[in-house]
Ligand binder design. Sequence first.
Ligand SMILES: [Zn+2]
Length: 875
Amino acid sequence: MRISRPITRTALVLFAVVLASAALTAQTPPDKFLGHRVGEDRKLADYTQIKAYFEKLDQESNRLKLFTIGESVLKKPIVMAAISTPENLAKLDRWKEITHKLRDPRVTSVDEARNLAREGKAIVLITCSLHATEIAASQMSMELAYDLVTGKTFFDAGKTLDDVVVLLVPSHNPDGNQMVVDWYEKYVGTQYEGGNMPWLYHHYAGHDNNRDWYMSNLPETRAVTRVLYHDWLPQIHVDEHQQGSNGARLFVPPFMDPPLPNIQPSVWRGVNLVGTGMSYDLQKHGLSGVVNGRSYTAWWIGACDDTSWLHNVIGILSEAASVRVASPIYIEPNEIQAGFHEKRMDYVDPWPGGWWRLRDLVDYELVLSKSMIKTAGLHKEDLLFNFYQMSKNSVEKVDKGQPYAFVIPAVQRDYPTTLKMLEVLKMGGVEIHQAKADFIAGGRFYNAGSFVVKTAQPYKTFAWALLEKQKYPDMRQYPGGPPIPPYDNAAWTLPLQMGVLCDEVEEAFEAKLEKIDAVPYPKVPAQGKSDYFVLDARVNASYAMAFALLKDGAEVWRTNRKTALKGHDLQAGCFVVKNSAAVKKALPALAEKLDLAVLDVDDVSGLEKTPVKFPRIGLFQSWRGNMDEGWTRYVFDDMAIPFKSLHNADIKGTKDVKPDLRADFDVIVFADENANTIKGTRPGATPGGGAESPMARQFRQGPVPPEYEGGIGQEGVDALKAFVEKGGRLVALNGASEFAITEFGAPARNSLSGVDRAKFFCPTSLLRILVDNETPIGYGMPKEAVAMFVNSLALDTFSPSYDWDRKVVAAYPEDEILMSGWLLGEEYLARKAAVVDTKWKDGRIILIGIRCQSRAQSHGTYKFLLNALLYPKAE
Ligand SMILES: [Zn+2]
């Protein structure tokens, strides 16, 4: 409000009263704006409408301010509303300043913190419908905003908002929201109503956008991460989801075992306080079927709400029972899942069954959201001071097993990837130092320029968890019995995934350290003066540059063996590039973009090398929304690798037209997917190759329109056989290897198929592999590497028939296989192959039986895939 002339105090008060009451009456309810009740059967607001509604409230109310916090992959603005009293909204910078001060006990004393907690406002964040099919929360958000600005709450909204600033993100997956609404509306009233979309509900990640919360590959993740750990620093964060239809109506915390050990106990106390408050308020509103302490663990899986825990934020997950998008469902009492049909102390008021509608979800979510705000208001000062106290613990208290620091040496196999890892840490709010002089730590020598992450810092838990090796507790159904599987990852250790050296140092050490504000990118030296240059095969960015140059017609070779050149020991597989006029022109910008130094060479006649051609790449995309396919696309786009998506019809052709795949492609890649899904001949084939979470699977129900049914069929298999016969390369990632083995008869067998879970079990963990890095698929890899095992394979190869050959590229060692996570039955992996390069007739089938590009996180094993694309071939 801008006042242009002096007015009396009374006039000012009167004016304010008039304004406030005007503001309270002028607001448009969402029902009126949309033309239907929020959550009405078969009615959805899409992102455009949701955003427009928030913009309207922003104009109409002085209690809501709308911000744009980022942009989605498909360029939609991501909006966030701040809702509070007009007085609080006028001083948002002050409230942020206070939370920033409270986060750092090194600059804020206890007394100061007490005063700041008294003065400050609790900041709470609600994020909705990250999983776009779980659409209720995005709809609910409009009504929640309206109720808060107009005081339609079961507590004194005015009084509460005096103490609380509510941040509300109506959808942090706007692209997905739009896709889901479009698909739903297209088929409403048909037999496909409320069924699955044949593609991912996020351009790259689909359901996996909730595993991106440490890596921050996606712009949507970065937008909310900035709100959480850089800009606003809320003390409570609620992320609202949906679960299967036949169990509890709603899950809210407490969570179940196991907890990630390094998380502060006060986080759990806060989570339980807020969660129990929600259950209490839901009960008060007569909303039955609320469960706590089941299904969802306190182990970190890199999800949105749980990454908050590692930043001393009270992170809450809510999971409401789903309907069929916006179509109601009826559940017979006997259809209610076992365990949810009778009273238990964690489920005191069972839901009896009956009709279940989108509006029911909206009602539950309205109450739980408001309840959290109420609790924040009641405990505002505590929450703020506790946030400080947890930071103080993080900085001052030494926890059991806590190392002094992690050191990331300056000398690395792949420096640009090391810098990428530092960016990931920075995005998560981790403080990083750089050594200005050589130093010794933990008995080891480190060069100046090495990086140090001290654990004593406000976001200790996050830094520590990301850099340490995980040890998942050995949890069994009964002593000696089958394991209780984790909800998702048992491990994520970033340096292991990214192939970056990082040492844990137990004891304090002296070093000349300087805190870095931004990741220091070294100046790429002027280069490319000679007739040729060499790109280091150990560096992922070399592959990106090779692709860029090959695309422009550059002449490129790969070295066949280890070579010493100009004082450098070059590993086999380095790229040799002829420095033509066009290359000279393109090189500086590419080198700058990729932070890549090249090695100038005048004479390459002494190098044993084989030419490599620009590969025309096809990537199979099934109509089952395969997340691993999405992440593969992400990796390709991120490295500017051109490719074409291939659907069933592109591979199998039509009755009249049989495609000649070899005429159009050199390489065809199959992402991790179930063999039956790819072929699609078995009715009811399950999707996902095990890559899909149970939460995603529950939405896969009902018939799909005929054009999206089935797989590539036998015709597709035959077309692929013709492709390989004529010299094509087929690359099968993880589960897709089974497809290649079954359909082509590749000389390998998955020794894990049919093995009992009580004997062998390895849930998403990091394992040691031994690599032959003098064979093309192993080029650039270290001899010993770490692979992400996700329902992966352990291959027995055998002496093949005359038209086949096979080369084991990577295998599990004899023992000490587990690097991070959980592994039962190591002997089932010992000496088995993980990556096999097979040759059939003129072509190749490359079996990569691990998740080499897992969620675009495991940069350390990208090369298996990249080598399969840039396979050298003698003319
Ligand atoms: Zn979800």
